[in-house]
Write a protein that binds this ligand. Structure first.
Ligand code: NDP
Length: 257
């Protein structure tokens, strides 16, 4: 009986940015616990490779949709198409994200807009489309946003990333309280430093790599699959009374001075 708490059989999860990195690990993890999966990103080859990996290891069904979430006006139609082709979505994981670094005083405004668009605007519009869909079929469902250590602290040269992830923190809480009436739980996972393509340049920079390892109490980088436990928890019955919460999966980062 207790194991049923984490069972995702019969659920369908849409993971944005599911072609690689954290999104792929979460899609794989949710499938391991029984969910069918819809993954979306821009790079078709990565989506196809991810689909084969997840289907062959879990036997779950995987749909792929190539979509650039920065095409904001298209998101409502995109979501409707996903619903039509798959039969509906129970769990939305807003994972797609991007970053780039320049000193704040020189940060190109165009780049600022690009990052806010993907990391925050698209998260809101995907969530809104999900909510309308769930409302239409009687409510219920889960949204899991992917935050960052930068939900509540800053690092130099990242102004739009900081603004977007700070925004994720309060957007998560706002939607959680607003959509309690539809029985949609909205939570977030804030990863520490995780080994993905996004953080490859940091690992290649000896000074930054040493800083990450020495600043993280666990003394190492996290692996994408170490975020799966939190995602399965937030997607499943185990977290039925949890909403508006941020789970830091950070190797102890915020526990330490
Ligand atoms: P990756 O760069 O490895 O993966 C990002 C994913 O998002 C890819 O699948 C990418 O696919 C997709 N994506 C990016 N832009 C778009 C877009 N415009 N439209 C659709 N999909 C897009 O990054 P991570 O796996 O590291 O990051 C995933 C999330 O985790 C992000 O939100 C990031 O901010 C967050 N995070 C990561 C941390 C880390 O240490 N790695 C730490 C804290 C938070 P494609 O390029 O094919 O579109």
């Amino acid at each position: 009986m207790a194991r049923e708490l984490f069972n995702l059989d019969g659920k369908r999860a849409l993971v944005t940015g599911g072609g690689r990195g954290i999104g792929l690990a979460l899609a794989q993890g949710l499938a391991d616990y029984g969910a069918d999966i819809v993954i979306t990103a821009r790079t078709k080859e990565q989506l196809e490779k991810a689909k084969q990996q997840i289907e062959s290891s879990t036997g779950r069904k995987v749909w792929t949709f190539a979509y650039d979430v920065s095409q904001l006006e298209g998101i409502p139609d995109f979501f409707q198409q996903v619903v039509k082709e798959t039969g509906g979505i129970d769990i939305l994981v807003n994972n797609a994200g991007t970053a780039s670094r320049y000193p704040s005083e020189d940060y190109p405004f165009e780049e600022w807009r690009k990052i806010l668009t993907v990391n925050l605007d698209a998260v809101f519009l995907m969530s809104q489309a999900f909510c309308r869909h769930r409302k239409e079929i009687g409510g219920g469902g889960r949204i899991i946003n992917i935050g960052s250590l930068m939900c509540k602290a800053a690092r130099v040269m990242n102004p739009p990333y900081a603004a977007s992830k700070g925004g994720i923190l309060l957007l998560t809480k706002e939607l959680a309280v607003d959509w309690v009436k539809y029985n949609i739980n909205v939570n977030a996972i804030a990863p520490g430093f995780i080994t993905t393509e996004m953080t490859q340049p940091l690992r290649e920079n000896e000074k930054l790599n040493t800083w990450v390892i020495s600043r993280t109490p666990k003394g190492r980088w996290g692996k994408p699959e170490e975020l799966v436990g939190a995602a399965v928890y937030l997607a499943s019955e185990a977290s039925s009374f949890v909403t508006g919460e941020i789970i830091y999966v950070d190797g102890g980062w915020y526990a330490a001075m």
